[in-house]
Design a protein around this ligand. Structure first.
Ligand code: NDP
Length: 320
């Protein structure tokens, strides 16, 4: 089968399309014929080696498709079922192994492509806005990269929960998309803490959802109200390191958390409930899923160049 393999860590150029053996499912595993694989920022961390994985490996965490084989002991799924998972090992391929405990059934009314487009980023937006800092009526959130994959979904969820969103974006086209997703005030990155103070009558925001990281961290701290929350959930511009905890005091006794999806989908039940909540929003039409671009599998390199080059909006998919 064809797969996108990382044999050495590096830039997008290390992504190579190869013929590799089709895997065989072991106990508790499914072999899934991939209909669409999600491209996520985390894939770039594994590619560069910022997150470690033994080389060589097939890239990709998120995929949806049809169960082609079920390994011994699998009871929840059968051949022919349509499933999606946010934690496959090597989704950029024609077939992928999925632990049945990390698979989610794709409900009727949601296509495999939609499922791959919304699961990982949708559950991320969901836990951030419902659990990490549950948005209540009248809360104001600052959301960075508001037209990105997580951004567009998180913006809509803040609005669904009665909050107000101030969103940062880098271009006028991205600004328009963010506005369409419900962002109340779209701003640029230049001097954003000052703009946030203006827009909140000097008070600051209740929460910052920051997936940009290094470039925005200082400004995010400076944008919070006293005892506000900074949910630092990513590092698109690089990781935040060497924090002096005294800065949390001087920023207003603020709360800092560095959440990841795995800890908000800890059990099979939590994973499937959170996924079901997201799919329900999609199926009811409450949540719009914007696929910015769909690439053939062989163009994985271009997808990574576009993502890291800040040329993308919404979700990116690879289709084998
Ligand atoms: P996005 O679609 O949001 O793409 C990244 C965006 O970040 C860019 O389009 C760009 O938007 C913005 N950005 C700002 N500075 C930079 C920079 N220096 N280089 C590249 N991009 C920059 O990606 P995802 O939705 O896949 O992921 C967003 C973030 O969420 C990532 O940090 C990712 O790791 C994180 N994440 C975390 C999860 C978790 O559970 N912790 C789960 C899923 C994602 P603009 O041009 O408008 O600034």
């Amino acid at each position: 089968m064809r797969a996108i393999v990382v044999a050495e860590n590096g830039g997008p150029e290390v992504l190579s399309e190869r013929d590799v053996p089709r895997p065989t499912p072991g106990p508790g595993e499914l072999l899934v014929k991939v209909a669409a694989a999600g491209v996520n920022y985390i894939d770039t961390y594994y590619r560069t080696g910022h997150y470690r994985r033994e080389l060589p490996f097939t890239l990709g965490e998120e995929a949806a498709g049809t169960v082609a084989e079920a390994g011994p002991g699998v009871v929840d799924f059968a051949v022919g079922d349509v499933v999606v998972s946010p934690s496959v090992l090597g989704g950029y391929a024609e077939y992928v192994l999925v632990e049945a405990d990390r698979a989610v059934p794709v409900p009727a009314g949601v296509t495999p492509e939609q499922a791959a487009a919304v699961l990982l980023q949708g559950m991320t937006a969901h836990y951030l806005t419902h659990d990490t800092f549950p948005i209540g009526d009248g809360d104001t959130a600052l959301l960075h990269a508001a037209s990105g994959g997580v951004g567009l979904l998180a913006a809509q969820m803040v609005k669904l929960r009665g909050g107000r969103v101030i969103g940062t974006v880098s271009t006028p086209e991205k600004a328009e998309l963010a506005r369409n997703a419900g962002v109340d005030e779209v701003i640029g990155y230049d001097d954003f803490p000052a703009r946030v103070r203006e827009l909140t009558d000097g008070r600051g925001v209740d929460v910052v959802y920051d997936g940009v990281g290094k470039a925005t961290f200082d400004g995010s701290l400076a944008s919070l109200r006293p005892r506000g929350t900074l949910a630092l959930f990513g590092a698109a511009s690089g990781p935040v390191t060497g924090l002096d905890t005294g800065r949390l005091a001087s920023a207003g006794s603020v709360f800092l958390t560095r959440p990841t999806l795995v800890h908000y989908t800890l059990t099979v039940a939590e994973l499937r409930e959170r996924a079901a909540a997201v799919f329900e929003l999609v199926a009811s039409g409450a949540l719009d899923v914007h696929v910015g671009r769909t690439y053939p599998l062989s163009d994985a390199r271009i997808a990574h160049e576009d993502l890291e080059g800040r040329r993308t909006t919404g979700k990116l998919l690879l289709v084998p």
